[in-house]
Write a protein that binds this ligand. Structure first.
Ligand SMILES: O=P(O)(O)OC[C@H]1O[C@H](OP(=O)(O)OP(=O)(O)O)[C@H](O)[C@@H]1O
Ligand code: HPA
Length: 186
């Protein structure tokens, strides 16, 4: 019988234990969608999705918001294994036609050190959007190294490395519907 309990998992060589259930994530994403709908009522935003990690969250959030916006994708990377390399690479740049003069909803899966947003926000601002609403599913304030204005946060979490719901450890774990934290006891 399925007890609904989610167990420890192994990705590559590392063990992870449950942190946030699928149900808790879905409930919170629904609330974030409603907040966005109220804040941008009647607007047609451009949703800017930070690949790869935010693709799962963005798909659920955009539908939960029921806002009739456009969707565009950008891709940055800076993590190897469980640590930031500090250097943020831009692999897929934003298309100015989708940014300039638009109300943007910038969708991140996690703000950890803050280096990704610190590097990427000026790239967006250079293209002169009308507004930027930064939404992140997860925020690790104790790990953040640089100041940032984050408009909406799904969950404030302690500074553990996490996977699932789009987030990976060296390419694995993005498919998981729940979020798991590195189990440092093993
Ligand atoms: O606040 P930071 O410490 O900069 O970390 C946050 C960023 O790290 C992850 O991306 P990553 O570079 O791992 O690329 P990915 O989304 O393709 O996994 C995540 O998706 C964020 O974009
Ligand atoms: O905790 C994390 N897990 C996966 N990717 C990440 N990118 C920044 N922090 C994390």
């Amino acid at each position: 019988m399925d007890s609904g309990k989610t167990d420890r998992i192994i990705l590559h060589n590392l063990p992870f234990k449950p942190m946030l259930t699928e149900a808790a994530i879905q409930q919170r994403v629904g609330e974030l969608g409603q907040t966005l709908r109220e804040r941008l009522a009647g607007g047609q935003p451009s949703f800017v999705v930070m690949l790869k990690g935010a693709f799962v969250f963005a798909a659920d959030l955009i539908r939960a918001s029921r806002l009739n916006g456009e969707v565009c994708f950008v891709r940055t990377s800076s993590y190897r294994g469980t640590a930031s390399e500090g250097k943020v690479r831009l692999h897929l740049a934003p298309d100015p036609a989708e940014i300039t003069g638009r109300d943007l909803v910038l969708i991140e899966d996690i703000v950890d050190s803050g280096y990704t947003m610190q590097a990427f926000l000026p790239e967006l601002e250079r293209l002169q959007p009308r507004s930027i609403t930064l939404v992140t599913l997860l925020h690790k304030p104790e790990a953040q190294q640089v100041p940032l204005k984050i408009d909406l946060v799904g969950f404030v979490i302690p500074p553990h490395f996490v996977v699932g719901y789009g987030l990976d450890y060296d390419g694995l774990g993005r498919h998981l519907p729940a979020i798991y934290q590195l189990d440092e006891q093993y």
